[in-house]
Design a protein around this ligand. Structure first.
Ligand code: ATP
Length: 616
């Protein structure tokens, strides 16, 4: 059970905006140092001619009114130079920004993908609040590249704002108040964008649900079950409901934001009208001053509006995505920093779990409690237990997809938490019940199990032989080169069991793993096929143990005919270890194992072929 302190513990907070902004700028610089500098320089420089235009116009009008030809000529030349400079800088900045955005898009996207796979645990995929963060990051990662341009644009707008205010104050210092009256708009924007963001975040889980339902309704994998069950309409309604829950609170929040913004703009508008009336009623150069105020003042409103919109954009997208990105970078870096012990070259003693307890993040249910176990080097260890007993979870801990909530796992005495996860994974092989269908040519789909030998036909053949899949591969139109997946050119589809054999071959392709995890890797195959396969495997594993690598094989299966071949059997019951020993020892003990074994053996003898009674 979680302690009360756990319940009140704040969720893993996002890093600060300033740090996130600095990191994103550094990322942009890494994407293309030259382009980012050119894009920034030209975008900011383009601000000056634009803002000084009002001063040029006022000087021209003054020249016309005083019939001063020299002044008219100078003002005209000034305006011409401003127009040319504005056009030139605008064009260069536009091109530089666009090229930079293209470059940054690819860079940022691969950075996010790299980070996601660099995080060694599965927590960020399975923990709801982390999954929501990743979902927003994934959806907006592409937009991040365009935001550099927006950021530089905002700096440019601020420069314009400053020049314009100085021009206005040169007419009457009181006009500086117009700048002050623009502040409420900026404040409202900052405040409301935070509120809108929270509303968006609160709806992220509904968005994920809606997308999931859409994929479900349109993917071939679920097609059969959906049609047989006749749940199309239900799926449609559930998707609508999820989108509704996503957008309704967001729309309400955005409406309130719009009302606040309208009020703050109205305040500025009223002040502007009063200022125009005040200047127009003056004497002397009132006409030129009025023109300056009208031109500069209207631009002031435009610049303030742009700053407000962009500030909102930053709060909602830029800063938010930046902060999520920084959080993911930190997560990946923390993983790397914790690893200071080398992976052993071979196992001498084995793996030991010492009072290991585990709860999934965000869950209060203990999946494993007080588990103390020895997985001896060179042995095949089978794990059995009812559905939900925690067998797969145990495998996940051994693979370091998660860290135990309490207790320790040691590898030849070294704490697994301090061994580099990447290094450890290089010495693990695995085949899982929920395998993935890698739609590549067979050679690669198998070779992915040992990346350095991805294209090595000999490696693929070895894995295929160990998985007993030679007949399957030889029967394919192009053998090892057959493209898998029916949606690709000349691609073939396989049955579920055949796909699982490919996954098993992938799990067997590495030559020297220290740990081989087989989590119901043959659940889609006949019991006889599984039996024969593991008979061969157990024999080969014992030979491998003799060569001194000390490899440990952890096998999860519900089929006792397979399990009995293991050297050691672990029986999990309700999150705890109930029994531990060899088949003979456990049978002699007459406990849970021997009872379940007896039931399965009896059902075999009764002739229940192909699908024997299982351990649950
Ligand atoms: N990602 C997760 N988040 C929260 N709880 C989980 C998660 N994965 C599994 N669980 C819970 O942990 C418990 C143990 O699950 P686990 O998959 O380890 O059982 P198992 O013994 O392998 O079951 P099976 O024989 O059905 O494969 C179950 O109660 C399950 O609901």
């Amino acid at each position: 059970m979680a302690s009360p302190a756990d319940k009140t513990k704040p969720a893993d907070p996002l890093p600060s905006s300033v740090r996130a902004l600095a990191r994103s700028l550094r990322l942009g610089y890494q994407a293309s140092p030259l382009l980012i500098v050119v894009a920034f320089g030209t975008t900011v420089a383009a601000a000056a001619p634009d803002a000084l235009f009002a001063a040029g116009l006022a000087a021209l009008l003054h020249g016309v009114l005083t019939q001063d030809d020299g002044r008219i000529l100078a003002a005209a030349l000034f305006l011409g130079a401003l127009a040319t400079g504005s056009w030139l800088l605008g064009t260069v900045s536009d091109r530089a920004n666009r090229r930079f955005a293209d470059r940054a898009a690819v860079y940022v996207e691969s950075h996010v993908a790299r980070l996601q796979s660099a995080v060694t645990t599965l927590e960020h995929h399975e923990r709801p609040e982390h999954a929501d963060r990743i979902s927003v990051l994934r959806n907006h990662a592409g937009a991040l590249s365009y935001l550099y341009q927006e950021l530089f644009g905002t700096v440019g707008v601020l420069v314009r704002l400053a020049i314009t205010l100085l021009l206005l104050m040169s007419v009457d210092p009181l006009l500086g108040l117009l700048g002050v009256l623009a502040v409420p708009g900026v404040l409202v924007s900052g405040w409301r964008s935070g509120v809108d963001k929270k509303a968006e975040e609160a709806g992220a889980q509904h968005e994920r649900r809606a997308r999931h339902l859409f994929t479900l309704a349109t993917s071939a994998a679920a097609g059969k079950e959906i049609r047989v069950a006749g749940v199309q309409r239900w799926l449609h309604d559930a998707r609508h409901d999820a989108w509704d829950r996503r957008y309704r609170p967001l729309a309400r929040s955005r409406w309130i934001t719009a009302l606040w913004q309208a009020a703050s703009h109205a305040l500025f508008g009223a002040a502007f009208v009063l200022a125009v009336a005040h200047v127009a009623g003056g004497s002397g150069s009132a006409a030129a001053d009025s023109l300056l105020l009208l031109t500069a003042g209207s631009r002031l409103a435009q610049y303030v509006g742009q700053t407000v919109t962009q500030a909102q954009f930053y709060r909602t997208i830029w800063l938010d995505v930046s902060r999520r990105l920084t959080w993911l970078e930190d997560l990946a870096a923390a993983d790397r920093a914790a690893a200071d012990l080398p992976v052993p070259a071979r196992l001498a003693g084995g793996i030991r779990l010492e009072r290991v307890g585990f709860r999934y993040p965000g869950s209060e249910q203990a999946v494993l409690e007080d588990v103390t176990l020895d997985l001896p080097a060179g042995k095949v260890v089978a794990v059995v237990g009812e559905n939900g007993a925690g067998k797969t979870t145990l495998v996940k801990l051994l693979c370091r997809f998660y860290a135990p909530t309490s207790g320790t796992i040691t590898v030849d005495g070294a704490d697994l938490a301090r061994i580099s996860p990447a290094g450890w994974r290089e010495r693990i092989s695995g085949a899982f019940q929920d395998f993935f269908k890698f739609e590549y040519p067979v050679r690669q789909s198998v070779g992915l199990g040992d990346l350095p030998r991805l294209d090595d036909p000999a490696a693929a053949r070895a894995g295929i032989a160990r998985a007993g899949a030679e007949e399957l591969v030889d029967g394919l139109p192009d053998g090892l080169d057959t493209q898998l997946g029916p949606t690709w050119e000349k691609g073939v589809d396989l049955s579920h069991g055949q796909w699982q054999k490919i996954a098993l071959a992938r799990g067997f392709v590495r030559e020297d793993p220290l740990l081989l995890v087989l989590d119901e890797p043959t659940s889609a195959l006949d019991a006889e096929v599984e039996h024969e396969l593991f008979e061969r495997y157990a024999e080969a594993a014992r030979t491998a143990a003799g060569d001194g690598s000390g490899r440990i094989t952890v096998l999860v299966s519900h089929r006792f005919s397979t399990v009995r071949m293991a050297d050691v059997i672990v029986v999990l019951d309700g999150s705890r270890v109930a029994e531990y020993g060899s088949h003979a020892e456990l049978m002699a003990r007459g406990g849970q194992y021997s009872e379940l074994y007896g039931i399965q053996a009896a059902s075999y003898q009764a002739g229940a072929r192909a699908v024997p009674a299982e351990a649950h």
